[in-house]
Write a protein that binds this ligand. Structure first.
Ligand code: FAD
Ligand code: SF4
Ligand code: SF4
Length: 410
């Protein structure tokens, strides 16, 4: 229930921020009508705390109206390659980030188990036919909000729009990517609607009709299974490369255009300029099809460098365990694992890496894993398709030689 207290001073600040035009000024006092979805945007701007929202006791709340699995579709700007550092760039066309397809693939399984719909949420200035690609990964519907204010990501605008959509359509489950955008957006939405959020899930399933959210806990030594029985939607973030992509289908999702009023004044951040900060180094390890990673077993920074040659002969990138990063063999941005990046390349070569659970969690979904370790009992061999027991300093140079010989003979 929402109430405007007598202390309202009639300033009118709550009127433009309401996404549903539910507030009117009558006799110099705010009056809220039945279009209100309890999104809370007006509460935040009232200078005298005159608006109060009282929410139902969640333990006894009826959640039967909350249905469907939602996936937030993150769009990213496409930038032309090869621009020098320091160059100012204009926002170009946008494309769907791969992680959105991964979430749709997983969301489809959850929706099928629940026998409910899978819906994609697209917030954009311009729809360029995203429903075809989204439908191919299993979505039944796309809730589309098109507005020039959605051209650039903004926490206040995006979270207000999502809260409005959630209150309007009541999804049972809402999944977000654990990307920079998703990690900013999902907690903001969760706080606005007083629901929980499980970050960085590594597995999702349905248990007794609830979303079972699994993620590493206590330094990755145990897996915690989390349920949210007392709030809806049940919300989780999942890192890129954790969920497997399904085979694309030949169907398009049904587009449902949503009309949501966006007031510019809620924006507290404005993008003034976009610049290329780095160029060559900006290549991200999670986008590489081949990763050659080294661990503490590489011994020192000079010996570690041989992995650059192996990666280059395979047209891949070099990654590292945290052990190797801590020793200064490689920069932190290349760390694979729980506190680094999650990767899922076609080929992952682990050199002198023991295979601690915190490392495994970040690379186990790679298509083919090759491990080189002198210890036959190293846990890395449990996830490797091919294991080579021996001294990495002898094996890697031989591998480079063999690969180069093969390439040159073509
Ligand atoms: P080690 O465990 O020391 O293993 C070195 C391996 O090299 C051994 O198996 C050894 O047999 C082998 N070896 C030695 N010499 C040779 C040789 N000449 N030839 C062949 N093999 C050789 N770790 C990560 O990697 N990523 C993370 O994101 C991460 N996050 C963490 C988060 C938390 C909260 C915690 C508590 C830990 C985290 N860790 C992470 C650390 C993790 O627990 C391990 O300590 C780390 O992965 C070990 O790195 P390593 O395998 O390189 O080193
Ligand atoms: Fe409008 Fe949200 Fe306030 Fe309701 S709670 S009046 S929907 S801004
Ligand atoms: Fe009244 Fe607060 Fe709205 Fe101002 S923002 S009109 S004080 S309820």
């Amino acid at each position: 229930m929402i109430t405007v207290l007598n202390k309202c001073i009639g300033c009118g600040k709550c009127v433009p921020v309401c996404p549903f035009a539910a507030v009117q000024m009558i006799d110099k006092r705010a009056v809220i009508n039945e279009a209100c979805t309890l999104c809370g945007a007006c509460v935040q701007v009232c200078p005298v705390d005159a608006i109060i929202i009282e929410r139902e006791d969640p333990i006894h709340k009826d959640f039967s109206a909350y249905k469907g699995v939602w996936v937030f579709i993150e769009l990213e700007h496409i930038h032309k390659k090869g621009k020098a550092a320091g160059t100012t760039i204009q926002p170009a066309a946008k494309k769907i980030r791969k992680v959105a397809y991964e979430l749709l693939s997983e969301g489809r399984k959850l929706a099928d188990t629940l026998n409910e719909e899978l819906c994609a949420i697209v917030l954009t200035d311009k729809n360029t036919g995203y429903e075809k690609e989204i439908g191919a990964y299993g979505a039944d519907k796309v809730y589309l909000v098109e507005n020039s204010e959605l051209e650039e990501y903004n926490t206040d605008v995006f979270s207000t729009v999502l809260v409005a959509l959630i209150n309007r359509h009541k999804p049972g489950i809402f999944l977000y990517p654990a990307t920079i955008m998703g990690r900013d957006l999902a907690p903001r939405v969760a706080a606005s609607i007083y629901v929980g959020l499980t970050a960085d899930c590594t597995a999702l399933s349905i248990k007794d009709g609830l979303l079972l959210q699994s993620r590493p806990a206590f330094g990755g030594n145990i897996m915690a299974d989390i349920l949210s029985p007392n709030s809806r939607p049940q919300m989780a973030t999942v890192r890129p490369n954790v969920m497997k992509l399904s085979e694309p289908l030949g169907k398009a999702a049904v587009v449902i255009k949503e009309d949501i009023k966006i007031d510019k004044s809620i924006k507290r951040v404005k993008v003034i300029e976009r610049k290329i900060v780095h160029d060559k180094l900006s290549a991200k390890i999670e986008n590489s099809d081949v990763i050659v990673s080294g661990g503490r077993g590489m011994k020192d920074i000079n010996k570690f460098k041989v992995l650059e040659q192996l990666a280059s002969s395979l047209d891949g990138m070099v990654g590292a365990s945290r052990g190797a990063v801590d020793m200064g063999f490689k920069e932190k941005s290349r760390q694979v694992g729980q506190s680094g990046t999650t990767v899922s390349p076609k080929l992952y070569v682990a050199c002198g890496i023991s295979g601690a659970v915190q490392h495994i969690v970040g690379m186990k979904s790679s298509d083919i894993i090759i491990a080189i370790n002198k210890d036959p009992n190293a846990p890395i061999f449990n996830v490797a398709k091919y294991g080579i027991v021996g001294d990495v300093h002898e094996i890697v140079p031989k591998l480079i030689k063999a690969i180069n010989k093969r390439v040159n003979s073509r």
